[in-house]
Structure formats: structure tokens, C-alpha cells
Design a protein around this ligand. Structure first.
Ligand code: ITT
Length: 193
């Protein structure tokens, strides 16, 4: 079964592609913007987006909603990560964190898949870590230069794509999806490519 990965974010697209290639999946990337409802729960945002994308594309579709949750800021920017990145950005977050000693944070990813055959499926992934004192590294995207996952001394932006995929929220959710999706190959041939 083929599917469409809907995202406008090239960084996300590369990270997913690397994992889906491992599984030999047949997918394409559609850079279509989907509406993001205001919600605290990433799963609800992803659910709304995937149903919207399906109505437009009429093909099995996968979307992700992700966010950075900073403990000292009561979970901010969380579901508003995209907007916060585009407005105050990495420097703005570091300003809010000035003088903060406990810098624990986590990235979360919620993946939503929809096809008429399977209906709606949600997969989540998270990675615990901390916010660095200053931005480091040139790789990745978004808040990668200030996020250090537990178990590493590097920020995500200092890692190669493969290395980030060993830790990231997105990779964890993507692998859960992939393990489930590959079992669909056992469906009757009528449902397959
Ligand atoms: P699509 O909705 O089109 O997929 P987006 O960039 O708007 O792209 P999200 O709504 O999931 O994606 O936004 C999450 C924001 O959180 C994203 O723009 C980044 O600023 C940040 N973010 C999410 N995952 C990240 C990661 O792995 N590394 C760094 N920042 C990340």
C-alpha cells in the first residue's frame, strides 16, 4: 500500500524519508499546508490535519504534529512551537530561559495516518533532554540548535541526520508507524500496490 507524507517542513521530510527507506516503503511527499487547530494535545491536532489532508488528496495519508515542551516554562511552546519558532525563535526561547538552572525539556511527535481501509491510527514518540545555554550546530531545523537529548552531549543540530534519528521523538513515532504499516502487507492483494 502506498501513502502520502504531508508536510511543508523539508527537515522533517528528510528524517522520515531516511527511516521509511530502511523499510522499503512506497511513499511520496506532498508539501501541502494543513490547518492546525488550537489544542493542547498534539494527537488532536494531527488527527484534524490528517482528515483534512485525506479529504483533499483521497489517498492514504500521514501527517505529523510535533512540539518542544520546556518544563520551566510550563510546557511552552508545546503545540505552538511552529508559531513561536517563526516569531521569537531560538533566541527568544533562550531569553526566556535566562538564569534558569533546571533546563529539562522534551520533544514530542504525534503521527496520524488515515486510509479508508485502516481508518485513523495515531503513533506517538518523545525524547527527553535539556535546553542548551547557547545555540550550537548547523544541522537539522527549528529548535535543534538548543536541544540536547539525554544520553548525548551534542545538540540535535550538531548531529548527522542518522544520529538524530537514533534519538528523536519523530524517529520513535515513525518506527512505531513503520512496524504497524509493514504488517498491512499481509492484507489480501486487492489492497496492495
Ligand atoms: P508541517 O506542519 O507542514 O509538517 P511544521 O514545521 O509546521 O511543518 P509542526 O507543526 O509539527 O511542523 O511544528 C513543529 C515546530 O516545532 C517546528 O516548526 C519546529 O520549530 C519545532 N520542531 C518540531 N520537531 C522538531 C525537531 O525535530 N527539531 C527542531 N525543532 C522541531
Amino acid at each position: 500500500m502506498r501513502f502520502v507524507l504531508v508536510t511543508t517542513n523539508k527537515g522533517k521530510a528528510s528524517e522520515f524519508s531516511e527511516i521509511f527507506r530502511e523499510y522499503g516503503f512506497n511513499f511520496r511527499i506532498e508539501p501541502m499546508a494543513t490547518p492546525e487547530i488550537q489544542e493542547d494535545d498534539l494527537r488532536k491536532i494531527a488527527r484534524y490535519s490528517v482528515l483534512y489532508a485525506y479529504k483533499v488528496l483521497r489517498e492514504p495519508v500521514l501527517v505529523e504534529d510535533a512540539g518542544l515542551f520546556i518544563k520551566a516554562l510550563n510546557g511552552f511552546p508545546g503545540p505552538y512551537s511552529s508559531y513561536v519558532y517563526e516569531t521569537i525563535g531560538v533566541e527568544g526561547i533562550l531569553k526566556l530561559m535566562e538564569g534558569v538552572v533546571r533546563r529539562d525539556a522534551r520533544f514530542e511527535s504525534a503521527l496520524a495516518f488515515y486510509s479508508p481501509l485502516t481508518e485513523l491510527k495515531i503513533f506517538t514518540g518523545a525524547v527527553e533532554g535539556s535546553i542548551s545555554e547557547e545555540p550550537r550546530g548547523r544541522g537539522g531545523f527549528g529548535f535543534d540548535p538548543i536541544f540536547i537529548p539525554d544520553g548525548s552531549v551534542k545538540t540535535f543540530a550538531e548531529m548527522s541526520l542518522e544520529e538524530k534519528n537514533r534519538f528523536s521523538h519523530r524517529a520513535r513515532a515513525a518506527r512505531k508507524f513503520a512496524e504497524w504499516f509493514k504488517t498491512l502487507k499481509t492484507l489480501p492483494p486487492i489492497y496492495q500496490d
